[in-house]
Design a protein around this ligand. Sequence first.
Ligand SMILES: [Zn+2]
Length: 288
Amino acid sequence: MLFDTHCHTYLCKQKSEEEILLNIQNQNNLFITNVWVDLESSKHNIEVAWKYNFAYASVWVHPCDIWKYPNLDETINMLEKLAKNNKVVAIWECWLDYYRLKKEFENNKQCNVSKDLSECQNNVLNKNTVNSEEQKKQLQKDFFIAQIQLAKKLKLPLIIHNREAKNDIIEILKEINFKNFILHCFSEDLEFALTCLDFAPNCMISFSWILTFNSAKNIQETVTKIPLKNILIETDSPYLTPTPFRWQENYPNYVEYVFEKLCNLRTESKEKIENQVFKNSLDIFNIK
Ligand SMILES: [Zn+2]
């Protein structure tokens, strides 16, 4: 049994969501955690999770969508209610993304994400226009901390998105002493993985199809040198399509290609890897 710990079935366009979910149901060899971006999609996600017993849900409002909900306290209260549902197993997505901020400043034009982010931050935090890269970083950190506090309160793991922000992420996690997290779509190196594991020995590091790229030597080294008990796999579908399906969408059942690559790189038997990685997924999501 495999577990795709991070997918977005509602974003698939070439197949209907129902077709994708029925296909998984028929194959009967996969669990999924669907991750969503705002209150409406979080509610839909929970409905899907109740309809299909292999499906679980995460809830949160994406930083780019938070402008839709100008009252942060009210939004957090609503999310808290949603998150108490038994099928909700994580908070997503908690992020620091300095890559996009840097790109924006390099190109001297605003990319959508940062534009929306500063808009929402202005609304929610009632601050004046945020101009400098440093100010934007600080506001991302404010959201990041609010999400950690919510996850702490609800005793749910946090799915963390990191791009070029690893030092601040580990610093904040240490400061708040929050250890219940998943590093989603890992794209750093062994040193960062070991720093996280040293601080939070039960955190999870989740690998996607990026693991197979020729240029991904650091990620491949990481997956061979960290304990098997800390490894998850994911598709991030419909993004990051495996090479055999290059021009098509990615789907949760393609997580088997990530699993195959993981088995090629590790020394344990395929059976042992499958059992342990599946158990890791159940453990971090607290699925009994
Ligand atoms: Zn994603």
